[in-house]
Design a protein around this ligand. Sequence first.
Ligand code: 5AD
Length: 355
Amino acid sequence: MKIYTDEFDPENLDIEKWLREENSEKLQSLYNYADSLREKTVGDEVHIRGLLEITSFCSRSCMYCGMRKEREINRYRLTREEILESADFAIETGYETLVIQGGEDFKIKVDVIAEIIKNIKAKKDIAITLSLGERKYEELKLWKEAGANRYLLRFETSNMELLKKIHPCLKNSSRTRIDILRELKELGYETGSGVMVGIPGQTYEDLAQDIKLFRELNLHMIGLGPFIPHPATPLGNIDKKIWNMENQVKPDETMVYKVLALTRIIYPGINIPATSALTAINMKHGMTNALRSGANVFMVNITPERYWNNYDIYDTRNENPDLKKITLETVTEQIHSIGRKIGVGRGDSSTFTLK
Ligand code: 5AD
């Protein structure tokens, strides 16, 4: 079946040119095309995931992230019981995927996580997605064997020079996130990655390269969000002049929709969430706009509310009371309002069989 028109055939698609496009009619044609490909390849169902943020401790010093280790902020780590209670809640509510996410916290016990995974799986065979950072191969293997299904690890940018500036390496480690993504695939994880859009220093060429890399790595899920400056981080107070530089990608909403649409076009069968960073910059329409330009997944935060203010990843996350009003009900309503359906089943990526 030929699914592409010549204009959008990935072989001819000038990604960089599209990223620079500003004509709103043309952009609408891009979103519409991505939306039609989404419909043809993954259908009208929007898969809802329950997101549990289990720890805000982090051993890393990422220049963009509000949870970097240097910050003296209140941090939390859920107990085993709290995680299991939240998982019970997720199962009872009907979530078929639980995303267990956290900072790179080396004090979370690897065996306890494995035991928790087994415990949840024994109750119901929901999909378990882990997003716990750059972990050792043996740990990733142990968690896979315990029953975890998916793993999320954004590579943030494919430009290694830029990456070094924003994401200091672990000491004595030459293993990159790209290496880890390959390991995850080899271990049999459904593997997700992604980038931030509009990192200071990110050029249009870099971002086009990121999109191509998604397909080269044959990933199964891609998460994309705008870079949101956090004032308490080194990248939070950069000179505003940078945004006027010709090659600098702007961290705005439109740019994220372009990247979503181009990702769907280049690599049609994957799962793409409308991410929380996007919702944070447009509470009203961020999710539905994303769902109409290529996305087909949404995550609802089910972390106990008492911890919400302590997961200070980007600015506006904490002070925005509206974010707490995003519930399964409000999300369902919005999804129905654009003529889409709530996904039934685990919503595995249709590309998962690809190695
Ligand atoms: N703005 C937007 N996204 C951010 N992330 C971390 N800090 C920021 C920020 N300031 C994203 C990174 C990370 C994910 C968990 O959150 O892409 O991988």
